[in-house]
Ligand binder design. Structure first.
Ligand code: NAP
Ligand code: HSE
Length: 323
């Protein structure tokens, strides 16, 4: 067997997603070896070194980011906007690939990240619908078909809360459960206020509508005002309430909206609960497509991140938006 090439990884963050990424990388060692690569984790950046974590043996946790200088590829799973951007820019500017699950960063700092995405250095399949592949198809094969519109449930926390409320659970208890399952953002206002869905919708719009689509163009209403009575009333009329993201043409431009919406019980994006996501995608030639699957949670998200790392070591470019 020929000698393996060593790829030195660095990771920012080691919470719900990061810990699962480390375990999955270890589980898939043989596949990386088949690809001719041996991965070496140079360091993992955290805030609190005393916090108990479930990580494979030998992983070096630190709160000093200097190890990033030695990394050939960086995985970002820390969240936030300013700090990850500050840490990632030198990596991208020195032509090194970045794999990120951070849709807030992608949505809000596209002004500086776009040029790196266009150059194929930025991989972010896990940032929208977590482990359900949607960015891959939208950045490749779906471009052959004229884009008509999409309607989607993109937030696992809201999908979990609303489906639990359908069974009579109070909003606050359902939110606490979603947090315990590792679905929610920190703070969860990002989820229940609709902002996380809006981040994801802006990221998607750049593949199918406009490569410069601004996050600020998404109109956002969250689920905080949805009551058990609203849900019961919808149910009595043969409907469910979901936090729905919509992207559709309006004259010469695109309209992007996130809002609690009533849909028939058998609507494809209505049938998902328990942290799952779904999208109905309309293309002129491909027709109506439905994507559905796990949209939040540590290992589901890790699967897309490790897939991106495999693409990167194989030499496939990252996710390139519309020019
Ligand atoms: P998390 O459990 O809160 O973990 C965040 C990690 O980042 C923690 O280890 C934290 O360190 C570290 N961190 C945060 N700020 C830091 C700073 N300034 N300096 C150093 N370390 C810092 O979050 P998560 O659920 O894993 O999510 C991580 C990212 O993935 C977010 O961008 C999220 O939107 C995205 N994402 C999450 C999911 C999901 O289902 N959870 C799915 C898709 C995408 P400490 O542990 O020391 O506090
Ligand atoms: N907080 C997010 C959600 C994680 O609930 O969908 C996945 O992006």
């Amino acid at each position: 067997m020929s000698e393996l090439r060593t790829v030195t990884l660095g990771m920012l963050g080691c919470g719900t997603v990061g810990q699962n990424v480390l375990h999955l990388l270890q589980r898939r060692e043989a596949i990386f070896a088949d690809l001719g690569v041996r991965l070496e984790v140079a360091g993992v950046l955290v805030r609190d070194l005393t916090r108990p974590r479930d990580v494979p043996e030998g992983i070096s946790l630190t709160n000093d980011p200097r190890f990033l200088n030695r990394c050939g590829l960086v995985i970002e799973v820390m969240g936030g906007v300013d700090r990850p951007l500050e840490l990632l820019l030198p990596i991208l500017q020195s032509d090194r690939p970045v794999v990120t699950a951070n849709k807030a960063l992608l949505a809000e700092r596209w002004d500086v990240l776009r040029e790196h995405a266009l150059d194929g250095r930025l991989y972010y399949e896990s940032a929208v619908m977590a482990g359900t592949p949607i960015i891959g198809p939208m950045s490749t094969v779906l471009r052959a078909s004229g884009f008509v519109g999409l309607q989607a449930v993109l937030n696992g926390t809201c999908s979990y809360i609303l489906s639990q409320m359908e069974q009579g659970k109070p909003y606050q208890a359902a939110l606490s459960e979603a947090q315990a399952l590792g679905y929610a953002e920190d703070p969860p206002t990002l989820d229940v206020g609709g902002f996380d869905t809006a981040h994801k919708l802006a990221v998607l719009a750049r593949f199918c509508a406009d490569g410069h689509f601004p996050y600020s163009a998404v109109s956002v209403t969250g689920i905080e005002q949805v009551t058990l009575e609203d849900i019961a009333q919808a149910r009595a009329e043969g409907q469910k309430i979901r936090l729905v993201a919509t992207l559709e043409r309006q004259g010469d431009t695109w309209k992007a909206r996130v809002a609690p919406t009533r849909l028939p019980l058998d609507h494809p994006i209505c049938t998902v609960g328990d942290g799952r996501n779904a999208m109905v995608y309309e293309g002129e030639e491909c027709g109506t497509l439905v994507f559905a699957g796990g949209g939040a949670g540590g290992m589901v998200t890790a699967s897309a991140i490790v897939g991106d790392i495999m693409d990167s070591v194989l030499g496939f470019p990252g996710h390139v938006p519309l020019h």
